[in-house]
Every structure is written in structure tokens, then in C-alpha cells.
Design a protein. Sequence first.
Lengths: 320, 334, 286
Amino acid sequence: MSLLEVDQLQVHLFTNRGLVRAVDGVSFSLEAGRSLGIVGESGCGKTMTALALMRLIPMPPAQIVGGSIRFDGEDVVAMDDARLRALRGNQIAMIYQDPMTTLNPVFTVGEQIAESVRLHRHDGRHAAFLRAVEMLQLVGIPDPDRVARAYPHQLSGGMRQRAVIAMALACDPKLLIADEPTTALDVTIQAQILELLRRLRDDLGTGIILITHDLGVIADLVDEVVVMYAGKLVEHAPVRHLFADPQHPYTQGLLRSVPSLDMREHRLKTIDGTVPPAHAMPAGCRFNPRCSLVREVCREKEPPLVDIGQGSRAACWALA
Amino acid sequence: MSAPITEPILVVRDLRKHFPIAGGPLGFRTVGQVKAVDGVSFEVSAGETLALVGESGCGKSTTGRMLLRLTEPSGGEIRFDGIDLLGLGRTDMRRRRREIQIVFQDPYASLSPRQRVEDIIAEPLDVNGLCENAAARRDRVVELLRLVGLDAVHLRRYPFEFSGGQRQRVAIARALAPQPRLIVADEPVSALDVSIQSQVVNLMQDLQEQFRLAYVFISHDLAVVRHIAHRVAVMYLGRLVEVGDTETLFSQPHHPYTQALLSAAPVADPERRRTRIVLTGDVPSPANVPSGCHFHPRCPVAEGVCRETVPVLRDVGGGQMAACHFAKAFPIPV
Amino acid sequence: MSDIAIAPGRQSAVLTYLAGNKLTAMGAALCCLLMFVALISPWIVPFDPLEQSFATANQGPSEVHWFGTDAFGRDVFSRVLIGGRVSLSIGICAPILSALFGVWSGMIAGYFGGWTDRLISRFSDLLMSFPSLLLGVMIAAALGPSFQTAVIAIAVALFPRFVRLSRSATQVLRREPFVDASIAAGRGTLSIMLRHVLPNIAGPLVVALSLWVATAIRLEAALSFLGLGAQPPTPSWGNMIRDGMSDLVGDPWPAAFAGAAITLAVLAFNMVGDALRDMLDPELDT
């Protein structure tokens, strides 16, 4: 039994401009101790998917309208609130992009980490605080005792993000969901945080779901990659295969348009056009207006996700 | 790839920006200074792109803004076509503004939400009286829209009707309106999706070729910089640490910070298991700069002299300049 | 940034909102009704509000005198109507006058910062350190009570609030890149303030204006109650309550109806202000 099984997840957004199918039939699974990256550009639904895993999506205007999310065998969508609360922060933890808004400015860092410990493990104040200091040390913060007594604004961006990671790991979660954890950080600090995540993945065996738009971050941290476009899952492959031999035209285009750090190209490759507006998606395959391989069937019917060998799946009529 | 060697149109010498820190009981006393930009010098020629790179707090954005006097420098010289912009009065400066324009990072905040695209793009034309009548104005705006890959049908629309990439194109069209010779691009593609970034970068290169524009390209994204820049200047805490030709800088950096920066940049290739140089500590705040070489607390090769003496930006061979007591060709670890 | 500016082309959102929210639609309608009635009141009053008649003094509401009569036999209904005209004109003129000076000062303070800001802010803070009513009383006492005095007094009391609001809104706006872009294009400062800053801070200002009309009406009532506003025999809601105070048990009607009118007007303008604030709130997009 996998740690996480997502099956045909559908999240709809009800706006006054129309219905937005933010996540439209996404399925994937994650084994314990493995890491999965969800990659895509703005509006692709990756953050909604991540939020749905713990039922954190804002309920209006969004809603999970279909599919199932099984964590350790239990269906998160159908769960009652008490069970869900026991899960959140405890067995599944999440870290967000901006550490400044994740941390409450009026409480010390140690108090915030300890809060999670007290809630789920019913430890006393002192024990919880010790655990907080222990976690801060785990994430590589020097002088953890002093930092635990500090307020968020007294710490730098990198330290805050480490503190947020410490908070997430405080109760030994089986699954860690990281939503753009390094996007707001400087490159050299990003390198530090990525190294930390790598170490934690290796040492603690926590399952990780990493959401990002940065292909460079994905390449170095995850075992498998899911590529999303306009609410759909378009490709799912082991990381090496995805980068070496991408199958879906969108993935190919995406990888090609990233400028290389190693070599100057004469002219960057691009994907023509733009992502269609969320409430006015084209019929058939959502990528078809921008695809160089487009055929008649692409404009009429949505391609199914098919197995294309080597542990990969892709949704494209050219491959089916 | 190299730009044709010509007289530089922009010469910046010892540019400084110090922000006073207010303190005291009523907030009237100046208790310290934030040295956001602390003596920066560089040159840009027509048709050339100089990239200013660095992390947050390094002063690259402030430097860019000072080139247009959007932020008034505290000292130094900015010579455009030989004339020091800092000595100009209001009216003369306004006239000079036609020649130097800017494109900002945030495509959502750089266009006035209450103005139509036509008026946004025409603003430099209106303010400088560059069009004789409404028809000429409209024609010029349509021409600019076409140059950036948009269409006349977009004239009467409002910014909120466009995507990020399209808004950035509008911003570029506005910058082109007064026929500038230099454009300061402050992180112009950082807020855009990857597939849109490449579209806008290509557009900027095409325009550069077509109009022999000079760019001061401010960015933290080294891959984009490698692609678009002829020369690169690396900043750290208000000072230049390395300047040189792009290819040489990327393959053989001469400053340990440049080396660390290049090493830390994520690469979209899982096969490249690199040994990263991971710097310890945080990027210090410009309000509290270390003594001597600003980089010494985090530098893997720092020695005593680095704490005491400020290294000068000097020629280290091959047209490269670096500000390090121990400058040499630092290898990028594989 | 979009929390300050309402995107043009969304004016129909106003009607959509009003259609969906009955209570505030009622408030808006009430405001319009009040202002309209106040405007045409001289022509629709059934009786001359100044006409005294001891024969019919201190009567309760009846078919002839809908709101009864006061101690001087004057028709309360007519007095409420004409009083409304006075109170509402002061209540609307004062904030507008205040805004004219306050918004400009705030914009200048917010745009330029530095010493200009400190000067204007300190002055504004000084005014604000007085309770508004006290300030109004001091000014009215200094200038001698009258309609104009009441307008000035209330305008001065509201001035710092407008300064504060437009200053902070301008400060936020000043940092927006599109203002820098305009400077880069060569636009002059005054032109930028008129073309870019003002239209973008208009939203919160309009909200504030309507809420402070409500405040101004209350202040006017208080000033007139103290005898510092419009002078008798000109009726205003405040001085009607004052006159009615002396015989509250015997003839509560003038005070009661004037009081009810004040309450109604303040409520209506508050509702409109709240509705405007909600409409400009980007959170309500979905």
C-alpha cells in the first residue's frame, strides 16, 4: 500500500467569470520514503493539488468535487474533521513559499514549533520546547537555543525557512509537502535549503512532495516528476527519464525554453502563445493551441494518460 | 559573441547611495548609514548588454534606479554621452530622460491600472510633445505594439485584461516610445513563467539588434544572464566584486563569491551531480556591513588581510576585473 | 496594489452588488431620498417652520401636524424637513471642504516625505489631539456661532483624518513602479499627482467621505445642541433637540423626531460607506 494515492482528483473553482477546473482528474501515488516533484507554470493547478492533500483549499470558492486521496489507506476527502486535524501537522506537514507569512510575528519561533508538538504529542511545555530546540538543531541552525527564543523578524530569510522546516518536521511526519520552498530565497541561501532538504530526505526517510516551477530545483531533489498544465497531469516519469527523454510536447517545450547555465545559445526556444484563461479552456487537449504536433483529434478529445514504458506515463495523442 | 567596440555611451564612476538611519528621541538624528551602493563604476556601449547580478541587498536595483535618477545618488558621476546627468537641472534632465528608459520587474504593478494601453504607451510621447496630433500618436503607438508582438486591437484595453508576459511587452513598448538609447531592465523576466521568459528575452534581443540599444540588465538569474549579456558585473553588498566578459566570467570566475554563485545556481539536469560550494551564514544586511572585504565572513578562502583591507577592483588578466586579495581563476566544481 | 484601484469597466459591479445586497441598497436609497427631500424641502413643507402659534403649541402627532408641534406651536414635521436641509448641508459641505484641503496636504506629505511630511503630519496630529467636538466648540466660540462657523469647525475637525488617509494611500502608491515609470517618461510632479495618484486614491477617499458625512452630521447636531451651530429661529436637528430638552416630558415630539432623523441619516450614510468599502474590496471578486 502506498503512502499516498491520489486518484482522479478534481478541484473546481467557482468564480464570477465562470467555472475553473483547477485540478481536473489528476492521479499519482507516492511510496513511503520517496520524493515526488510537481512541476508546472502559473495556473497549472499544482498548488491546488498540494493544498487538497490536506483539504486546505479555500472552500469557497474552491471545492473538491471528485476523486479520492488516500493517505496510509484512509480517504482524506471523506474524513471527518477531528481525524483530519489529527493528521495535519502530525503525519502530513506542509511548508510554504514565504517564511515571513508562515510564521506568526507575535510569537517566538520556539513557541510556534512547540505548539505543534504540544497539540499532537500532548507533551508538556518544557518538553515541547526542548523538542523545538532539537528540531532547530536538526535543520542546521547555529545556537538553536537562542534562536528558539527569537521572534521571526529577528531572523534572516534563510533562517526563517529553516525554522519553518523544523516546525513541519517536529512531529515526525510521514509526508512533507513543500510548496515552492526556495522561490523567495537568494540563490546561495536556496542552495543551503536544498542541501538541507536532501539531507533530511536521506536521513529521515520522510516522503516528500515538492511543488515548484523551477526545473533546476526539481532535478536535484526528487525521484519522480509530475508535470502539470492547465489543471491536467501531462507527464509523469522518473526524474532522469523526464530530463533525458521528455515525451509530452509541453515538457519538451518547457525544458527547451530554460536557458542553460553552461552554454550560451543563439536564440532561446519558446513555446508559442500563452496559457489560456482559466475559465475558457479549449476543447480537447488543453495544450493543443500551442502544440507543434497538433492533430484533429487533439482539438476534439482529451488524451488519456497512458503508460509509455520505463515507469513513465504521458497524456498525448501522439503517444497513445 | 562580442559587441562591436565603440565609445561607451554610459560611463558610471564611483556611484554611491547612502540612506541615513534615523534615530534619537524624536527621529531627527542620523545614527547610521545604510550603504546600499558604495562606489560602483562601469561602462556600457551602444548595442551592448551589461548584466548586473547579485543577491538581495547587493544594490543592483538601486544602481539601476540611480541611472535614471529615480533615486538620487549620494555621490559619484553618471556620464551619458559625456554629460554628467547629476549636474543637470530639472528641464535638462527631463530631456535626457528620453534617452534612458526603464522596464520594471513586476508586470502587474508597472502599468497604471486605470489607464488604457494606448495612454500608457503614449505617456512618454505626450509628456515630451513628440507627436503632433492624435492621429500621429495613435500610429506611433500601433507601431510600438507591433514591435513588441502585440496588436492594434489591444489599444483600448486595460492592463487587467492581459497576462503577465503581455503586460511586460506593453512595458517594453512604453520604454521604446521615446526612442531611447539605453534601457535599464530591472529583473524584467523574473516574475514571468519560464516559457514566457524566453519569449520576452528573445524579444529584447531582437530589439537590441534592431535599434542598437544598450541594456543594463539587472537579474539574479544567471542562466538568463549568460544568454543575453555581453558583459557581467557581479555585486555584493553595494560593491562590485567582479566585472568581465560573460563567457570568461562564467567559465573562469576570479572571485570566490562569483564562484559560489555559479556553483549554487540550480541546473535542470539530474545527471550533473555537482559538488556544490555552499556558503555558510546569511547574506548580511547593508545596514551592518563587515569591515574590509564585505564578503570575508562567508568566504572560503578569506585570511586576516581580508578583514582589514578593502580589496580594490583591479585587472586580473584577460580583460577581467576582480576585487579580491586572492583573485585567481576559481574552478567551478563538478 | 489592486486593493486601492477599482478596475474601470467594472462599474456594472456596483449594480450587481446592490442587486445582491438588499440592506445596503436600502441604505443607498435612503440616502438619496434624504438628500432629495432636503433639497426640495422649502417647497414641500406643509407649514412655515418659523410660524408660531401659541394656540396649537405642544401638540402630539395628528392628522394636521404629522409630527406634532413644539413649544412655540411650530409644526415639527416642517421643522424636521427644513432642519434636515440645514443639518445635511452642513454635514455634506464640511467634509467636502475638509477633503479639499486635507487630501491635498496628505498627498503632498505622502509623496514628498522628509521635512514636508513631518511638518504636515505634526500639524495634523496637533489638530487631531483635540477631541473633535472640543475642537469644534473652540472654533465656534472663537468665530461666533453660525451656519458657516459650524461648517468650518467640523471641516477643521475632520481635516487631519483626510490628511492621514490620503497620506498613507499616497505613500503606498508612490512606491508603485508605474509612478516611477511616469517619472522616467518625463512627467512632472504636479502632473503625476493629478493623473496617477489622485485617481488611484479616490476609492478609499470616497468611502471615507461618506462615512465622515455621517460623523459630520453627528458633530453638527452636537454643536447645534450646544447652541454653536445654526442659530434660532433657523431650525436644525441639533437645536431642535436643545429646545425640546426643556420640556421632554410634556412635549417630547420635537426632540424625538429630530433625534430619529439624525439617527436615520447617520445610519443611511454609514451603510452607504460600508457598501462602498465592500464593493472596492478585491476579496469579494468570486
